[in-house]
Unconditional design. Structure first.
Length: 155
């Protein structure tokens, strides 16, 4: 297994209300809690030679600050901007600073929901987008980034 280095670190950013996963609309978002998703991502990362750093905030500015701090030490980013997907030009502009691959993830299929959710301010700056696959979207995003950055993804 590779020793994690700057190219083998992935940042995962969870937007507003995702701290309430497992409690908030489980019929739509599932019953898995955010800490369970983070633990699984960290474990998969260890298996693939990647250090996974997870961050959640309900505050747009905190998310922008964390994105900006990733410009020098991360090899890739997974982001679920949640409601900020449809409203935040600030998050989009911060993502433009990153010279790394970015995967946008949504637990539900935003294109099958209310019309206002169909537009993403993130999608045109992201390397890829995974929607509607529940928590598996996060795991698929990590696998994709492992392949993109050349980490050991043997499982």
């Amino acid at each position: 297994m590779n020793t994690p280095n700057s190219g083998h670190q992935i940042l995962v950013i969870h937007g507003p209300n995702l701290n309430m996963l497992g409690l908030r609309e489980p019929d739509l978002y599932g019953s898995t809690r955010l800490d369970e998703i983070d633990a699984q991502l960290e474990e998969l990362g260890r298996q693939w030679g990647i250090t996974v750093h997870c961050f959640q905030s309900n505050h747009e500015g905190a998310i922008v600050d964390r994105i900006q701090s990733a410009t020098t030490d991360m090899g890739g980013l997974i982001i679920n901007p949640a409601a900020y997907t449809h409203t935040s030009i600030a998050i989009r502009d911060a993502l433009l600073l990153l010279p790394i691959p970015i995967i946008e993830v949504h637990l539900s299929n935003i294109h099958k929901r209310e019309t206002f959710r169909h537009h993403s301010f993130v999608s045109d700056v992201a390397t890829g987008q995974i929607v509607g696959l529940g928590v598996n979207g996060y795991y698929l995003a990590l696998r994709a980034l492992a392949d993109i950055i050349g980490a050991t993804a043997s499982t």
